[in-house]
Design a protein around this ligand. Sequence first.
Ligand code: KG4
Ligand code: ZN
Length: 387
Amino acid sequence: MRILAIETSCDETSVSIVDIDDTHYTILAHSIWSQIHLHKEFGGVFPAVAQRAHAEHLPKMITQALFDAGYPIGTKTSGNSLDTSLMAPFLERYPETQAHLERDLAHTEIPDIDALAVTYGPGLEPALWVGISVAQALSVLWNIPLIPVNHMEGHIASAYIPNLEHGMRHKRMPCIYPACALLISGGHTEFVEMHAHNQFRVIGATRDDAVGEAFDKVARLIGLPYPGGPHIEKAAGQAGVLDDISFPRPMLHTQDFDMSFSGLKTAVRYFVQDIHGTITDTLKGSIARAFQDAVTDVLATKTKRVCETYHPQTFIVAGGVSANTHIKDALIQTIHAYNPKCTVIFPPKALATDNALMIACAAYDAYMRGDHTRINPITADGNLALG
Ligand code: KG4
Ligand code: ZN
């Protein structure tokens, strides 16, 4: 099945075209445009800025994806041009996006794509609406189905895509059940149980801040740029041995799979407030390392509890924070200490943060269970839950 997928839930605009079935996939086109530089000065994602940037970039990325996948643009000679006025009702709020798509697609043959896919939540609703509106417009223009995708299912599906080489047929990473997933992103931190393909049940989650959010806030406290995760990891990696800084590990020993990170962030804030004078790079490194150690300890301890309770055969760790090598090593060690035969899957680093490839993969699975007909009409749901 050939799917064109669109992701606009936060601060990455992404478009992919993938040929996919139950066991294999071929990437025909894939691009991610990051808006991080636009949000840096706000220290976080600014929804109105994100919406405008998605609306500006999405049409040209779709045209480029079609071109990359081998569909000639603007060369339609047979018959009339496509009736692009069909797109108008969906794109009223984005006149420039509409004009761009009309210009590029009116004289472009309908591509042999079987379905469109788009993230409809969770995420920033103004950002989600851009992708949904454009996907709906294309669905009507080309008369092909549109599959709405839960962004967190997308992050889980990123683990099934081990190889990013374009144009080659790759094997999907198989998932053996029972399986569990730990999703650690900027907006979410949750453990998920999966008994069969596409059956998701959240078994534990953060009660306040997401891990990525805590990384971003702590980075800001010690003067590191947004998004904080990679900068904290780098600073922590350069730190020496810590004997005098240690931060709390909230909810470490509670008899559940829930977590809390806001107290940890507050502990870092108090620590920073007590520093008189400037924070040296050495001290920054020590704080970053002590913070990262505390997060890792909580995630590893809760992961151990999940393994002991659910006995997973496959353990998936996904979301932006899964790119953190320190956390990755600790989690692999924890899971293998419990069961050396458990397959631990992390997505390739390039797919840890938001992308449309994972949306295409999750869309295929959702399509196979008939979701695209259940969710109608498609509306953005910023708080969409998993399962
Ligand atoms: O999954 P994602 O792209 O967006 C959401 O769906 O939220 O995750 C972004 C988050 C940010 O908070 C960023 O700081 C964090 O992932 N992140 C990291 C690393 N790379 C990205 N956190 C820790 N270590 C990293 N290397
Ligand atoms: Zn995400």
